[in-house]
Each structure stands twice: as C-alpha cells, then as structure tokens.
Write a protein of this length. Sequence first.
Length: 269
Amino acid sequence: MKVAEKLVSTPRTPAPKKRAIRAPKMAELVAAELRRQIIDGTLKEGERLPPENELVEHFGVSRITFREAFCILESEGLISISRGVRTGAVIHRPTVAMAARYMDFILRANKVSIDDIYMSLSIFEPAAVRMLAEKPTRKTVRALRQQLQATYEVVDDHHQYGVHSAQFHQMLMELSGLKSLGLFIGMVSGVLATYVEASAQPSVQVVAESRERKLQIMAIKEELVDAIEARDPQRAEDIWKGYFARMREFILRIHPLPLVGDLERMIPR
C-alpha cells in the first residue's frame, strides 16, 4: 500500500458549546493525525510521505498551514526534511534515543544529581532482579553472560566500559519483563555511561576506579548472574542491593553529589 493511501483525513473538532477553550490550530490537527499514524505503525520507519502538493490537497489546508504542521513533527524528531529536495519527508518512529535527549535536558534543568538517579535505581532494580531470578531461562542467562563478556573486553576503555555497564542494567530490566523500566533505564543509560566514564578520569579521581576496581564490580555482576541461574531470588536481590550501596559509597567519595549537568566538564575532550 502506498503511503498516500494510508493517510486518513484529519477529523474536524467540533466547537465547544459552553466552555471557552482554545480550539486546536489546523496545523496542530494535521500534525496530530500524522503523528498518530507514525506511532501506530500505519506509516513505517524510513517511508517517504507524498510530495507537499499532494498532502496539501489531501488535508485540504494551505501550504503555510501544512508547513507549520511539518515543523511541529520535525521538532519532535518524527520526520526529517531534506531542504531543496522535492521528494517527501522521511518518517521516523519514536525511539529511546530520541527520548533520552529530552530526558537529559530535563535532568539538567532540574539539577538532578547522579546520586538521586542511583538512589531511584536502587529501589526498583533489586525488585526487578528478584522477579528475573524467579523464572530465568537458559536464553536469559546466556544473554547476561554474553553482555558481561563483552564488557570484560572493553574494560580498559573508559567510554565503552561505561556504555556496556549501562546496557547491563537495561538488559536486566528488559529480561525481567518490566518493559517500562527497561525503557526508563534506556533513557538514563547515556547519563549512567557518561558518569562511569567521568569517574575514571584522572582529573577527578579522589579514589581511582582502576582496572582492579572495575573487575571487582564485574565480579559482583557475575555473582548476580550465578544467583539468577540458580533461581535464588533472595540472593539475587541482596547482591544487587549490595551493588547499589557500594556504588553510592563510591559516588559520594569520588565527587560528592555531582549533578547530571556536571558530567561533560568532568571528561577531557
């Protein structure tokens, strides 16, 4: 089915009878309809929308209105437009990476500390780990061990070690079946990865996170996977609570209450 055939005309919103509320602008209605079709999968990732003149005719709006609708969608990262090219805009489905950028802005604007993030994770991750240990599969255990092996291989690369460490947290949540928490971890994983990288920089080291220390942390993760494989929920939960207690102690010793906005300044470029 062609993209043009998938499009549905934007429904007209009836005017309110009693309460005076702001009626949506036509551009917002057009954007809302296209957004809905992108999110529900009617319009697929990578597809191109029809040319502007066809869409203007389809929705029955002016070019100015339609371009305003496109600006809304482009600002949301749902389409990309090649300036000067006559082909239609390219469709992009929402991704965790898109949300992570805005999450980073929000954390910075609200002066959220790294300690605050770890405290939040320490509340729900151990519970999720307990759920995972109650009914693990061989595939689950194999995936976790492969992730740890990949982390061992980059243990001397501060940046990649941070990325892989954050991915381990995200994998735990996803494998536990808690999709929403997996998405949340995905949104803050960039912050966690940057912190791990920053904490290993000599310029900020009060207590160095040396290769030995990284291996000690990896050993805790190995113990966790062993407990999950052994179907021992209580031990898995206790190990992960201990991990977060140790990480929080380290955070406070190396750089008391760093804010998310401080991280980039902690890494020499």
